[in-house]
Design a protein around this ligand. Sequence first.
Ligand code: PLP
Length: 459
Amino acid sequence: MASRPVVAQVEPGYLRKLLPCTIPEDGENFQEIVDDYQKFIIPGLTNWQHPSFFGYFPVACTWEGIIGDIYAGSLFNPGFNWICSPACTELEVIVMDWAAKMFGLSENFQHSGCGGGVLQATASDSLLVAMVAARVRYVEEFPQINPSNFVIYVSSETHSLGLKNGRILGIEVRILNVEITDDFALRGNTVRKAIQEDLANGKIPFFLVATVGTTSTGAVDRIDELGAIAREYFIWLHIDAAWAGVALACPEFRNLCQLDAINDFADSFCTNFHKWGLVNWDASTLWVRNKKHVTNALDVTPAYLRPIARENVMIEMRNWKIGLGSHFRALKVWFVFRSYGVKGFQAHIRDDVALNVLFASKIMLSPILSLVSPPSLALSVFRIALPLPNLRLDQLNKLNKCWYRRLASRADIFVTHTEVGGIYCVRFAIGGQQTQAQHVLRAFEIIEQEAFAAVAGGL
Ligand code: PLP
């Protein structure tokens, strides 16, 4: 794995030049197909399991999860109704309750209570399901309102899934600005002001996406402030903790992730096992406080899907998901949970946070680099910051872009960039299963050397 480049070294359109334009008329020998996979496909893959992959949010993949996925693929059980394969539904319910307990989510979110959790493909799907459920809840509560006046709130740091899902549902999305002085967290006053303005203009705020661990900087919105306001105005509060949520497995990170406020106020909560959570793609979670709202929105049962005389015994997965059938994801999650146990899961998170402390300490000591926001769990965000009195932000951004271009052209490490509050910066996210201190220290050396080289190149 580490012997291949981190980033695919191919040009756009490379594959079209290598493969025929049509399906072969006659079936081909399977060995040749596998050989071509090695020859043509592997070189075009960016190596997400490389120990020096620090871009986006790394995927902490494990062989146990891969085996679980292979088994699930070989079973092909869409599991939309309990009877389609009782084990699919029942294992999913069990692993989601196990996970809720490991994360400290209250009993409200477990299947034994009013709520419960299921596995979705992505955090975007989880949000879409929550939005549809919230819309139905609102209309049921206030049948006289006009749903075309609905407005969804996200922050300027919310992942693009907020805007995208608003677009899918045809609902206006209002972006609320966050400040560098609040470490890019969305605050209650900002939301309250927006609600008052929108209500005065005849709009109906009904959904708020709060993030625990934003993509750019790992910021955590003030769930305590937002939750109270959301409840006051009957707004559904969804917590998108796609990346950072798995850190709830460690009690010492629960305050940072605002677990108490999540338990008090969230209507739905999502985190992805397929990012930092040791399970390979795809395994996103969605927990809801009240399952009735989800099933009221998504239960469409023609005669051919109707279960016989078993109502209210088990949930039917098709009433919690956009698709009818879904992949048997619970199997790989179960394999990973059993292989690692809570202690192993916690150790994985703690090790990566410790590596980020090491990395951030190097940045803080660097004469040329400076953190843009406080390190968040396993993520650091930084830029070149020169102590020149008359340097304008646009000049500094230009220099930082030039530095990032140098980093992006390398095959031996992978980091990604972002922009927050007009500041261009570089992100360093730790999470790969094979990443160790030596890889982090080497990456820091490269990053600092390239920064010196960019500065030497001039503004
Ligand atoms: N939310 C946050 C905070 C993210 O960082 C990301 C991806 O990086 C997502 C959502 C999107 O996740 P998915 O690809 O599972 O939809």
